[in-house]
Design a binder for this molecule. Structure first.
Ligand code: PGA
Length: 253
């Protein structure tokens, strides 16, 4: 069966000392309180990764992720970080294609296809983000839009590669806005993503891929979203910055 994952996306928040304190608090509470079938992932600023890795060593179900990665292996790409660098500090996950990166850094579906492939080749688990704007949803084109993101970034992978990818559906209108997709809206999209995966890679692979929901997930709305049959976890921004809230979400399973 597919994994249940609650991932925290810290974005550009927390100084190093604040980040280390947050990671320690998450590890301490998670040990006793998070249900055993749920994995946590902390996606910290790149600059924090190696020191957070040391804190997570003692935790069996709290993993580490980066928030972005270059499609190039190495070289003259000032400010970028490579898959090998992420691996070398002990992180196993990387968020790719977050809508903020797509918007502010103009990341394209083709570029993300290269990043997903490289991450997998290097043994990292990509958390591939997709999701539509409010205008696209209001035009009734959200399902087709997300399907196109998947097709252009993921559908050149082999079935075996695809089974290792985690997908995060994050409607842009719900990110950081306090507006959450309803559980019906989330389930509808997650089901359609899984159906699309089944069409391309077969039912078995589609059944293995964890599809996370992201967008204003909080302790008070997590249980209903996580109860949907095709919602396999969450990618949490704002609420991952408080250990208690983050763990409370994981406990909603
Ligand atoms: P949010 O962010 O939970 O603050 O809406 C989610 C995300 O962008 O990953």
């Amino acid at each position: 069966m597919r994994r249940k994952i609650i991932a925290g996306n810290w974005k550009m928040n927390k100084t190093l000392s604040e980040g280390l304190a947050l990671a320690s608090e998450v590890v301490n509470i998670a040990q006793d309180e998070v249900p055993s079938g749920v994995s946590l992932v902390l996606c910290t600023p790149a600059i924090h990764l190696s020191q957070v890795a040391a804190i997570l060593k003692s935790a069996d179900r709290v993993f580490l992720g980066a928030q972005n990665m270059s499609e190039h292996e190495s070289g003259a790409y000032t400010g970028d970080i490579s898959a090998d660098m992420i691996k070398s500090v002990g992180a196993g996950y990387v968020i790719l294609g977050h809508s903020e990166r797509r918007e502010y850094h103009h990341e394209t579906n083709a570029q993300l296809a290269a990043r997903v492939k490289l991450a997998l080749n290097k043994g990292l688990t990509p958390i591939f983000c997709c999701g539509e704007s409010l205008a696209t949803r209001e035009a009734g084109e959200h399902v087709g839009f997300v399907n196109n993101q998947l097709r252009e970034s993921l559908y050149e992978l082999s079935a075996e590669e695809m089974s290792k990818v985690v997908i995060a559906y994050e409607p842009i209108w719900a990110i950081g806005t306090g507006v959450t997709a309803s559980s019906d809206q989330a389930q509808e999209m997650h089901q359609s993503i899984r159906a699309s995966l089944a069409g391309q890679f077969g039912e078995q692979v589609a059944g293995q891929v964890s599809i996370l929901y992201g967008g204003s997930m909080k302790p008070d709305n997590a249980a209903e979203l996580l109860a949907q049959p095709d919602v396999d976890g969450g990618l949490i921004g704002g609420a991952s910055l408080k250990a208690r809230d983050f763990i409370q979400i994981a406990k909603s399973y």
